[in-house]
Structure formats: structure tokens, C-alpha cells
Ligand binder design. Structure first.
Ligand code: PEP
Ligand code: MN
Length: 254
């Protein structure tokens, strides 16, 4: 099986820019099972601060993403470029607004949101289920079971880094629990699992080696934040890789 690769910016970009990203990503459609990602409804740790180079800086206004317009841009990309799309849904309204996307993402902060999981269970969707940063594997598998209970949805587990005592570098907010990959493969046969090598590293220079390690550990694929100029990203700028790095990443994992 070709690796499953969720790739795209942290948040959906304005239409022209997002189309440019889709055009770039489309060239990898034969190499991997590609899904374009981007958050339409975004949130950040603080409404009025963001981290730049490991320091918190004040922001003039809260960034919440493009919202429903972002979901529409992803729908256009699915149709025009033939790349399945995925965005994070946090509410029933989000699920409705992204009904046409092939995939829905449950974010780490919502892994245990049972009303959301039940809503998605009833939708005919492929779902990528992030592991909560403070959740055990049993809790994660339990959430996945809520999504598949009496339904046929495809659920892909996504390890996105967990909270630990290690805080040496503030850019590394979570740590990749790579052991989760072979553990799930051994203990829950048939479960698909990928590794988010962006949120679980926080630093673009660590993305490639961890992508390689994820595949070596037996992951079915990866999720990665990529855009033309990741330093321009409204969110998670330190971890996004550029197009050249993405090309190298694909060469490394296929
Ligand atoms: C994301 O994928 O952009 C995201 C917000 O992820 P997480 O829920 O893992 O923090
Ligand atoms: Mn992000």
C-alpha cells in the first residue's frame, strides 16, 4: 500500500494561494495516497498571542481561520484537482459545512467529545482521529470505537505528540509517541495509524527524520504541514516545511 499522506498548510489559505498549494501537491498523487489538509475553523492556545521563534508575542486580533469559506475552498480543490480534502471539525455545524469533503479530522482537543463522535458516526465519512495530547492508547481506541460503532466509517488514528515533562525547547510543545505505532499494530490488528510529524515535533528541521522513523515503525502514513512560505503561516509557522523539503520527504518515505 502506498503511504497515506495528509499534507497542506495549518489553516486553509485564501483561494488563489490554496489553489497554488493544491497544484504543487497534485504532482505527488501517483507516489502516495494524498489528502489535502487545512483547518477551516482554527483556534490557538491564546486568543491574543502567538509563538514566534519560541517567544509569545501579542497579536492585534484573534485568528479563527477562514471558516465556511475555507471549507468551500477545500471542496473546490477536491473537484478541480481531484485530491480528497480534510479539515478539522469541532461542531455539528462544522460537520454540515464540510459534508462534501472525503475526510473529516477530529482534533486532539476533541478526541473525547462524544457528541461530536456520535455526529460523525452518522455521517458517511473517512475520519482521521487525532490522539489527545493527554490521552492513553485505550482512551484513543475507545474514541475510535465510538466512531465505528454500528457504522462503516474508515477511521485512521493519528499520533500527534503527547504532553511530557520535557520542556527544554518551547517550540517542541509535545513529543512523538512513536512506540504507539507498533503497539497499536500489535494489539489492535487492522487499525490504521499515521503520525503527524508537524505538531509532534514543532520544528521543521525535525520533520524529515521523524517521518522516516514513523514509516520505519510501521505507520500507514503521515500528516505534515507544508506551504510555499511556511514562515508566513498565521499559525504553527515554526513547524511547516516548504515545497523543497516536502519533495525530499516524499522521496524519503516512498
Ligand atoms: C491541526 O492538525 O492543524 C491541529 C490543530 O492538530 P491537533 O488537533 O493535533 O492540535
Ligand atoms: Mn497546525
Amino acid at each position: 500500500m502506498k503511504p497515506l499522506v495528509f499534507a497542506g498548510p495549518c489553516g486553509v489559505l485564501p483561494k488563489e494561494q490554496m489553489f497554488e498549494e493544491a497544484e504543487f501537491l497534485a504532482q505527488f498523487k501517483d507516489d502516495v495516497n494524498l489528502v489535502i489538509r487545512g483547518g477551516a475553523w482554527k483556534g490557538q492556545l491564546y486568543p491574543d498571542k502567538k509563538m514566534v521563534n519560541g517567544h509569545w508575542v501579542d497579536t492585534p486580533k484573534e485568528y479563527t481561520g477562514l471558516g465556511n469559506e475555507g471549507a468551500r475552498i477545500l471542496t473546490m480543490i477536491q473537484i478541480m484537482f481531484g485530491i480528497p480534502a480534510c479539515t478539522e471539525v469541532a461542531t455539528q455545524d462544522n460537520v454540515l459545512a464540510s459534508w462534501s469533503h472525503d475526510w473529516a479530522q477530529v482534533g486532539a482537543r476533541h478526541m473525547g467529545n462524544l457528541p461530536l463522535l456520535r455526529t460523525l458516526r452518522a455521517a458517511d465519512k473517512n475520519i482521521v482521529l487525532k490522539r489527545g495530547m493527554g490521552n492513553t492508547i485505550v482512551e484513543w481506541i475507545g474514541a475510535a470505537t465510538h466512531l465505528t460503532y454500528r457504522s462503516q466509517n474508515r477511521v485512521v488514528l493519528c499520533e500527534r505528540g503527547i504532553s511530557t515533562f520535557e520542556t527544554t525547547d518551547p517550540r517542541i510543545r509535545w513529543r512523538t509517541d512513536l512506540l504507539a505505532v507498533p503497539q497499536i499494530k500489535a494489539d489492535y490488528p487492522g487499525r490504521e495509524v499515521i503520525v503527524d510529524v508537524s505538531h509532534s515535533t514543532g520544528r521543521r528541521d525535525l520533520v524529515l527524520p521523524m517521518a522516516k522513523a514513523a514509516m520505519a515503525a510501521g505507520a500507514d502514513g503521515i500528516m505534515v504541514e507544508v506551504m510555499k512560505d511556511p514562515n508566513e503561516s498565521m499559525t504553527d509557522a515554526a513547524q511547516g516545511i516548504d515545497h523543497d523539503m516536502f519533495k525530499r520527504l516524499i522521496e524519503t518515505i516512498v
